[in-house]
Design a protein. Sequence first.
Length: 128
Amino acid sequence: MKVLSYLPTDSRGKLGCTSSLMPAEYTKQHLEMIQLNKATYGCESWMLRNNEETRLEAYEIKGLRKTLRVSWTAKKTNEWVLNKAVVKRELLDTVKARKLAYYGHTIRKQGNCLEKEIMQGTMPGIHR
């Protein structure tokens, strides 16, 4: 049971996240494992506009607030939440990196691939 000694416990000794004094490492791991993976599923095909970027940033802060158990009525700023969790905003950068990696993967394909033709904007056949 050595592993259990590293997990956060509340004041009664029960395992869980009920304490507002969670270690920063646990907060970051929880956010990455559950919330960010769920939020970025299929992000390679998204069209990122300003509205979507704003929504992704809001989703990331909302997940941090839930993980830290900070209510929106507590009037804490987003910067305060980021400092408390000891993390930086990563979700938007992760989405952009995954989109770029997918683009590179698609462009390197050999032959006539529909995905490649769509991404490059070329049409097979007669050129006018």
